[in-house]
Design a protein around this ligand. Structure first.
Ligand code: TXA
Ligand code: MG
Length: 310
């Protein structure tokens, strides 16, 4: 087992591994990331190989701050305003790419790059030590649920260093936006609620319509697939996931969406394993409000329900 506690020795080890072009699983405030030095094509290729990730799906580069973002992207005033308001934190900005320093496969041939300054001290420390961005998708095999615990990472990858900081704070991935004609467009619901963006912008960002060629290629792919079929908005079944309603497990006994987000992926995994081992064919999931981070919970549940068993 390569799950290690966060000590100066393990941080140094992680830094050395990243420098040498190896992968390290790193905690962030959203989910665990599978990190590689973003400027090394060889290292980044290892991410795609380890995850079984399609080459068309670009990666997020984790930077320290706006200054580092400026080295790799054109940060316009709107993006700068968003970064000032929400970085470090769970907001990813898709911006026009600048320069050739980032490994080409990170951006999957797109003229844009996805950047985020994470709020987790471990990820930040490693970026600071490298003085280079860390490319890191969620540390799961492609199509599976994102890991909110080091044990989830260990299940998918058996021979990498995993820095253990326990359960992640938000439990869901970052919100992804881009800017087009001076307007912010939502590409992926996530841990930063759309209401917070609307407060800052003075309008609610439009959500990209579902098309054959989305600007965020990841949106098209199979995602969060449990083995067991999911029945949404139901509290009656042999296995139930509640929301202040009790059940086999309850996402939040006090019906709080933040707490539900923190628990979502771990509880879904637990119930999926239980259903499979007991030969039960459905997991019923209670209704959840779509306000705040609830919108991202809905998004993930719809994708999970759609991909179940595939
Ligand atoms: O919270 C998170 O965002 C986590 C942690 C580790 O930071 N990372 C994460 O990465 O969720 P990943 O690879 O699972 O999701 C990245 C998303 C995908 O939907 C991808 O298509 C989109 O960001 N993306 C990346 N680069 C893009 C680009 N240049 N244009 C449009 N979408 C992009
Ligand atoms: Mg992912």
């Amino acid at each position: 087992m390569l799950i290690e506690s966060i000590t100066p020795r393990h941080l140094t080890r992680a830094f050395e591994l990243l420098t040498q072009g190896h992968l390290v699983a790193i905690p962030t405030e959203t989910v665990y990331g599978l990190g590689a030095l973003a400027t090394s094509e060889d290292a980044v290729q290892k991410i795609f190989a380890a995850k079984g990730r399609p080459a068309i799906n670009p990666l997020i580069c984790h930077v320290l701050d706006i200054e580092m973002a400026n080295r790799f992207a054109f940060v316009d005033p709107i993006a700068k305003g968003l970064a000032h308001a929400f970085w470090p934190g769970p907001l990813t900005l898709v911006l026009p790419r600048k320069g050739e320093a980032i490994a080409p496969s990170v951006t999957a041939g797109l003229p844009t790059i996805a950047l985020r300054a994470p709020a987790h001290h471990v990820m930040r420390k490693l970026i600071e030590m490298l003085d280079q961005p860390i490319a890191a998708p969620s540390a799961n095999r492609s199509g599976r649920m994102s890991p909110t615990l080091p044990q989830h990472v260990a299940r998918d990858f058996d021979d990498i260093l995993i820095l253990d900081d326990g359960p992640t704070a938000h439990g869901l991935e970052s919100t992804v936006v881009t800017i087009e004609n001076g307007r912010v467009i939502l590409l992926r619901h996530g841990a930063l609620p759309i209401e917070a963006l609307a407060d800052h912008l003075g309008y609610t960002p439009a959500q990209e319509a579902v098309t054959e060629t989305p600007r965020s290629p990841g949106q098209l792919l199979k995602h969060y697939a449990p083995k067991t079929k999911l029945i949404l908005n139901s509290t009656t079944g042999p296995i139930t996931l509640g929301f202040g309603t009790g059940g086999t497990l309850d996402l939040s006994p006090s019906a709080n969406v933040q707490e539900a987000a923190q628990n979502l992926f771990a509880m879904l995994q637990t119930l999926d394993e239980r259903a499979q081992s007991q030969g039960i064919s459905e997991i019923h999931i209670a209704p959840i409000p779509s306000t705040g981070i609830g919108a991202a919970i809905h998004d993930r549940l719809l994708r999970a329900a759609h991909s179940a068993g595939k």
